[in-house]
Ligand binder design. Sequence first.
Ligand SMILES: *Cc1c(COP(=O)(O)O)cnc(C)c1O
Length: 407
Amino acid sequence: MVQVNQSYLSLQKNYLFTEIAQKVRAYKAANPELRVISLGIGDVTKPLVPAVIEALHAAVEDMGAAAGFHGYGPEQGYAFLREAVVDEYARLGVKLDADEVFIGDGAKSDIGNFQELFDEKAVIAVTDPVYPVYVDSNAMSGRAGLPCEQGRFDRLVYLPCVRENGFVPDFPAKAPDVLYLCSPNNPTGTTLDRAALTAWVDYARKNGMLILYDAAYEAYITEKDIPHSIFEIEGAREVAVEFRSYSKIAGFTGLRCSATIVPQDLRISDGKGGDTDLNSLWRRRQCTKYNGCPYIVQKAAQAVHTEAGRAQVMDQVRGYLANATAIRSALSAQGFEVYGGVNAPYIWLRTPEGTTSWGFFDLLLNKAQLVCTPGAGFGASGEGYVRLTAFGTPEDTAEAISRLRSL
Ligand SMILES: *Cc1c(COP(=O)(O)O)cnc(C)c1O
């Protein structure tokens, strides 16, 4: 009998959303006359925009004609989409080469897979609370060590992001090899401003640390001083990889497309006293294990970068942001301490003194028939907070707000 990869046995069971679903189911069964509204949805709800639908239809027609048929595509993505991504970055004043852009089937897979390029002994740091993919993908590869207290792993470095530090991680005593940063952040909805991000890029350059930068929510940034890309920061090309996704900007959660930027200047240690470049290693990895995002989907993604497409998707983003503003204001008016919701579709609410994440979850469900996500489910430093999302319909959001007001 083959023996299992031991690292898989050390993974925490993902109880969070199962436990939430169980509690909600039990509540609904006991109170069939009450309507429960979820402010826990981590998925978009608006349909694909017309520009994307048109591009999909046209691409389907291409595939049905001998002249337009596309078989295996380039593993790193079609040039038409990589060039559209380059143009998008140029709008931010960031100059990229199309060979630095890798099209994938979603940021989750790109982020989850990228750690394969690092040595098993590499020291990995994450912020806490955290998007679980950063932790679990390293744990699967045996890089996280063993589970220890508070649901943590003993070989990972956890950098708390809490109200006391303005949700900006403090520099660790000893520099790790790799740090995952996510701004705007899921779950806290908070951001790293230009000064904070510059400080981290400088730290990375000084200490030879690599930053894996998750920019899945950049489209939600409304404030001026928040970078949309880590490459807006001088020197970031030497120390950072950036992950972008079409999921939250354009509703591609079911369609699947992403762009990962691996600069050519980026070098890591070869373990023999020299160094090696990451761009060609990631290309090698993708060519071996991936056959490319579907042509039809890449055509749909290209439409997001057109003038009409951009206007249509940003309209949707503004709709979600309007929900976020409304939820945030209602909670503030009730005297709650709230973070996020300005540059992100997430609101991070500080639970009242003496109430745990799960205690507040129960209270919202029982008193207002609202579902939130307990912050403790995202890491030890999430205790004392809950996450509310702005991905609901405007009608449900309005109803949720009126319930919050009468809480
Ligand atoms: C939604 C999300 C992504 C994007 O995931 P896809 O696989 O592209 O759908 C990446 N990072 C974070 C933190 C997210 O919340």
